[in-house]
Design a protein around this ligand. Structure first.
Ligand SMILES: [Zn+2]
Length: 125
């Protein structure tokens, strides 16, 4: 006997008929969407980090692709770059700070300026 129940996808909540009591979603789409929402909530920090990091990579990639190898801190801030979301922060022998962003190093030049360098995996290892 079919029972009516509410779809457990919080964005749907549609009433549907179920034959199997284990069925809690009205469709496969709702099942996937609900799992995605659950994952996003449980991993909110990681999801946010990835999102911000990807944005940073895109910004640096865009600047470098346009032929610039130096960029002002204010310019980066204006386009939404956030230095909190980088893969690693390293110092070389001269105390120069590097940030790893995708395939690039963002190199701290001064209070106001950074250099962008493509990472050459053969060199810097
Ligand atoms: Zn649904």
């Amino acid at each position: 006997m079919a029972l009516s129940t509410n779809c457990q996808n919080p964005e749907c909540n549609k009433v549907f008929q179920r034959k199997n009591s284990k069925k809690i979603y009205c469709s496969l789409n709702c099942k996937n969407r609900a799992n995605y929402i659950k994952f996003s909530i449980e991993n909110a920090e990681e999801v946010l980090w990835q999102k911000k990091y990807k944005k940073n990579v895109k910004i640096i990639d865009g600047i470098f692709t346009n032929g610039l190898s130096k960029v002002l801190k204010t310019t980066l801030e204006q386009v939404g770059f956030d230095v909190k979301y980088v893969k690693s922060q390293e110092k070389d022998d001269n105390e120069v700070i590097f940030f790893e962003i995708g395939n690039y190093w963002l190199i701290y030049l001064s209070e106001t300026e950074y250099a962008i360098e493509k990472i050459n995996n053969n060199e810097r290892n």
